[in-house]
Design a protein around this ligand. Structure first.
Ligand code: IDP
Ligand code: MG
Length: 139
């Protein structure tokens, strides 16, 4: 299995509740190497672009409000099979359905406010990583 990269955000609800340390510990303990990381806040325009694929969905306005209401931790992570393994580590979109021990099961409240983002493909991981980081910020 090839080493590859995924992109994550610890979302505003996770930051507000003080879960940055616990979530990063779980990520690194699961074998992901941090390639890039920062605390940042998305503008409305950033969030509308980042989630453009969802713009026709009924929850789009709510999603943009949520993702812009406070800082996030954005990071690029490296591991064998990174995209798929990270989706497994975070659990399903709805934390009520997420497996025991997953980040969303442990730290998320609802399908909307679900604590963490994980890219869904290698192609989107590259696009999303480049959206948040310049090449010189990736290690
Ligand atoms: P994912 O984050 O598990 O990949 P997506 O379907 O790509 O899930 O949705 C992106 C984000 O939009 C979710 O993580 C969540 O914050 C929000 N979202 C998804 N479905 C709903 C919904 O039914 N109601 C409210 N927010 C939603
Ligand atoms: Mg998604």
């Amino acid at each position: 299995m090839a080493t590859n990269r995924t992109f994550t955000m610890l979302k505003p609800d996770a930051i507000e509740k003080g879960h940055i340390g616990a979530i990063l510990e779980k990520i690194t303990a699961s074998g992901f190497r941090i390639v890039a990381m920062k605390l940042t806040q998305m503008t409305r325009n950033d969030a509308e672009q980042f989630y453009a694929v969802h713009k026709e969905r009924p929850f789009f306005g709510e999603l943009v409000e949520y993702m812009t209401r406070g800082p996030i931790v954005a990071a690029i992570l490296e591991k064998e099979n990174a995209v798929e393994d990270f989706r497994t580590l975070i659990g399903t979109t709805n934390p009520a359905e997420a497996a025991e021990g997953t980040i969303r099961r442990l730290y998320a409240e609802s399908i909307g406010e679900n604590a963490v983002h994980g890219s869904d493909s290698d192609e989107n991981a590259a696009i999303e990583g480049a959206f948040h980081f310049a090449g010189r910020e990736m290690f």
